[in-house]
Write a protein that binds this ligand. Structure first.
Ligand code: NAD
Ligand code: ZN
Ligand code: ZN
Length: 348
């Protein structure tokens, strides 16, 4: 089969012929129906080096995946070939206390997994290929009615990650509150929809691209802004001077972190999701009083079930640009150039 391989740090992804995997006991072979191109993959191709992450290339890219059950390994029950499924991306040991609590992103036994904190497409072979080997049936969620794999794939990261982040701040997103989404790309356009679908907050979305601001409006943002030196002042003005209760930063550069801190309301949350490499000086007076600064990483199975449920009810919809597997490199080039609206999804 064909697979888009990351063969080393700071190297471009290349399409190769590889052996089609055969599922062993407990494993499931999924025929890929959609693999999203995440900006994190660009960070992997361009920025990371040995020792920064607990795993390393070579592996097949693609960590947001959906498709159809193809072949069941020995002993797998409860799934049928042909069933449409979404793949829960973080593959922990499955037996430690955190994995049992559905926190496989934070497995207590990294030595028992081959890619701690990661999974297919992040340390192990992912879904930018004709087939994806999933090491355990528990990582598969059957798609609800009305969802096809190409549109479900981005939900496993581009929607799940903002859902997990928004969920942490639900208690602060009361009627009358304001949430700001910084960066309306793959994650941010779904982040705005998650806020609209699950909270009563006023949603402000920020992106330098006009097309991304339009996408945010279509997804239910109340106000869209372009970033600039006066961004925090504009958010303060839009909130009657109080500032934003929750800021979700899907960029994470020096500029966005500083603006995020400056636009936050006392007692608010400033959540860093983007891996933009920026730093924020944190001290007593560098933030409004009692603002919590937090990072969030991906999400878990029960949250994915909820995300799929929202999508099945029409409350979340990934804007998707589809590419063939032989166009995957182009998809990443367009993502790098800021020329993708919503999510690029590779459909083998
Ligand atoms: P993307 O390229 O699809 O979207 C990024 C968006 O940010 C684009 O629309 C771009 O125009 C906009 N942008 C750039 N500079 C900006 C600025 N100064 N102000 C406002 N908007 C700006 O990327 P994505 O796939 O949505 O990923 C976003 C970030 O989140 C990446 O850094 C990615 O690695 C990270 N990520 C983190 C997690 C996690 O679990 N923490 C999961 C997935 C992705
Ligand atoms: Zn990702
Ligand atoms: Zn574990």
């Amino acid at each position: 089969m064909k697979a888009l391989r990351l063969e080393g740090w700071r190297s471009p992804a290349v399409l190769r012929d590889v052996e089609t995997p055969v599922p062993g006991p407990g494993e499931v072979l999924v025929q890929v129906g959609g693999a999203g191109a995440c900006h994190s993959d660009l960070h992997l191709m361009h920025e990371f080096e040995d020792g920064q992450l607990p795993w390393a290339p070579p592996f097949t890219l693609g960590h947001e995946n959906a498709g159809w059950v193809h072949t069941l390994g020995a002993g797998v029950t409860g799934l049928e070939p042909g069933q449409p499924v979404a793949v829960v991306g973080a593959w922990g040991c499955g037996t430690c206390a955190r994995c049992r609590a559905d926190l496989e992103t934070y497995c207590d036994h990294p030595e028992r997994t081959r890619a701690p904190g990661g999974g297919g497409g992040l340390g192990l072979d992912g879904g930018m290929a004709d087939y994806l080997l999933v090491p355990d049936a528990r990582h598969l969620v059957v798609l609800p009615d009305g969802l096809d794999p190409a549109h479900a794939a981005p939900l496993t990261d581009a929607a799940l990650t903002p859902y997990h982040a928004v969920r942490r701040s639900w208690a602060k997103l009361t009627p009358g509150s304001t949430a700001v989404v910084i960066g309306v790309g793959g994650l941010g356009h779904l982040g705005a929809q998650v806020l609209r679908a699950t909270t009563a907050a006023t949603v402000i979305a920020v992106d330098p691209r006009e097309s991304a601001r339009e996408l945010a409006k279509r997804g239910g943002a109340d106000l869209v802004l372009a970033p600039g030196a006066d961004l925090a002042a504009q958010v303060r003005e839009a909130t009657g001077g109080t500032g934003a209760d929750v800021v979700l930063d899907f960029v994470g550069s020096d500029d966005t972190l500083l603006a995020g801190a400056a636009m936050s309301r006392q007692l608010g949350d400033l959540t860093i999701v983007g891996l933009g490499g920026g730093t924020l000086p944190v001290s007593f007076f560098s933030l409004p009083y009692e603002v919590s600064v937090q990072s969030t990483y991906w999400g878990n199975r029960h949250e994915l079930v909820e995300v799929l449920g929202l999508a099945s009810r029409g409350l979340l919809h990934a804007e998707v640009q589809m590419f063939g597997l032989d166009e995957a490199v182009t998809a990443y080039e367009l993502l790098q150039a800021g020329a993708i609206e919503g999510r690029a999804v590779v459909v083998p």
